[in-house]
Write a protein that binds this ligand. Structure first.
Ligand code: ADP
Length: 443
């Protein structure tokens, strides 16, 4: 980037220098010509006054003076033999002087064979006085100044290249500094426009860092969670292989191995699901109309057996006659409802109940899972949606929890634009979790 900016800067400088050199040479040439013209006019006036008093026309070094009569014949010439000179009537400056009173031109002289600047002026006596000067000397002067001009251009160019480098470095310094060390206290380098860029890079870096820390923590937690059931399985397997215990013990070991293996499977399934949800970009694309009430009813049915085992009743309350269709991913929504209902059963008390309801409310569809269970302390209510956060670890494990169910729920809610999650829980009384979805248009 730095090289590109410097290169562009240098190209711009080169163009500017070349343009300045051409323009100044042109202006220089014009100024010299104007000066010459003033001199020629003064000279012409002088000659007219001398000519009218019939005095001798003086020789002026560097100037050629010619007097031409109306027919075009040269009467006097300070540097050529008038006898050898052709008719001058049609010379552009002479013709112009006869018709307009004054004339000028620059061309190669037929008589002297050099580049000459001519000025002609009609005198009161009807003759034209023409003054000429060889301008090859002016052109030679300009050509002679060329090396100096080139040296000047090179110096100017080097100064600009250096300046371009210094400016680019100072302009890029904050960005380079923050790229090397994002934690450094970087100023905007005096450029107001740099402030949002520096801020953006810092924020981006902080996000990346936080994300990487979160991933690191998650990996550590997963490894830790995997270790416990694996250690248990290994322990029971060792007891069995050593023939420790009687037949009843063997059966118990077998059940414990099965329970821990199930725990492992649940955990692996949840980890895989979370990573799938993490990478599922723009789930919206696969969205279809989903009948939330039907999904909720299915989840209730699936959990009836488990609820009965815990002496908990689970019931679904729909809104007969009212459609509760939302735009979403059917599998994700079914998972969301199942996870909420599963928790409501697992963290319930014997004899308790779970009520699942789906109803329309204005432009929304509300899914509510309400239980009469143990409740969640206020201080934990924010955190239970974090991965592996559990209020009571042993109860979670005993009931086959992985600590990832609500993290998956939160993720699914985030994947559904407009969906909102809210919770109301009182310890000892129960929990009510509501997810509101925007109602599908036309439903
Ligand atoms: P787990 O697999 O441990 O249930 P979750 O992510 O589903 O993990 O829930 C996190 C924690 O939130 C649980 O360990 C539990 O302490 C608490 N929790 C979730 N749902 C309820 C509920 N309905 N009643 C009481 N506590 C709950």
């Amino acid at each position: 980037m730095k090289r590109k900016i410097t290169r562009e800067f240098i190209v711009m400088t080169l163009i500017a220098i070349a343009a300045a050199a051409v323009i100044s040479t042109f202006i220089f040439y014009r100024v010299i010509r104007e000066e010459l013209l003033i001199d020629f006019k003064n000279c012409a006036k002088l000659i007219e006054s001398i000519d009218s008093s019939s005095g001798d026309i003086p020789e002026i070094p560097g100037l050629r003076i010619t007097i031409i009569e109306e027919s075009g014949k040269a009467l006097y010439d300070s540097s050529a033999d008038t006898g050898q000179m052709g008719n001058h009537r049609e010379r552009p400056e002479v013709a112009q002087a006869f018709s307009e009173g004054e004339g000028q031109s620059t061309r190669k002289s037929e008589t002297v064979g050099k580049n000459v600047f001519y000025y002609a002026c009609l005198m009161k006596n009807g003759q034209v006085v023409r003054i000429a000067r060889d301008v090859s000397s002016v052109q030679a002067f300009i050509t002679g100044s060329l090396p100096l001009l080139i040296i000047l251009c090179v110096l100017l160019f080097s100064a600009c290249a250096l300046l371009a480098n210094v400016l680019t470095t100072s302009f890029l310094r904050p960005i380079l500094k923050i790229a090397r060390n994002p934690d450094a206290n970087v100023s905007d380098g005096g450029y107001e426009e740099m402030k949002p860029i520096v801020r953006m890079i810092k924020e981006q870096h902080e996000l990346t860092m936080r994300d990487s820390e979160r991933r690191q923590e998650f990996t550590t937690n997963v490894s830790h969670e995997l270790k416990t059931p694996l250690a248990a399985i290994s322990g029971y397997a060792e007891l069995i292989s050593n023939g420790m215990g009687d037949e009843d013990d063997m059966r118990r070991y077998g059940r414990d191995i099965q329970r821990n293996a199930e725990r492992l499977l649940n955990l692996i399934n949840d980890v895989i699901r979370l990573s799938e949800l993490d990478t599922a970009e723009e789930a919206v694309r696969g969205f279809v109309p989903v009948d939330l009430a039907a999904e909720a009813e299915k989840s209730c049915e699936m959990l009836t057996f488990q609820a009965e085992k815990r002496n908990v009743t689970i019931a679904f309350e729909g809104s007969p006659g009212e459609k509760c269709i939302v735009n979403g991913d059917a599998q994700m929504l079914s998972e969301l409802i199942y996870n909420l209902c599963d928790n409501a059963v697992r963290y319930n008390n014997p004899g308790g109940s779970v009520t699942v309801s789906v109803r329309p409310s204005g432009n929304e569809v509300l899914l509510t899972v309400k239980d009469t269970g143990i409740g969640i302390p206020v201080k934990d209510q924010e955190r239970i949606f974090e991965r592996f956060y559990r209020v009571d670890k042993s109860r979670s494990r005993e009931t086959g929890g992985t600590g990832l169910g609500l993290a998956i729920v939160k993720h699914i809610v985030e994947q559904h634009p407009g969906a909102l999650l809210s919770m109301n829980s009182i310890v000892g009384k129960g929990t009510e979790i509501t997810v509101s979805f925007p109602k599908m248009k036309g439903e």
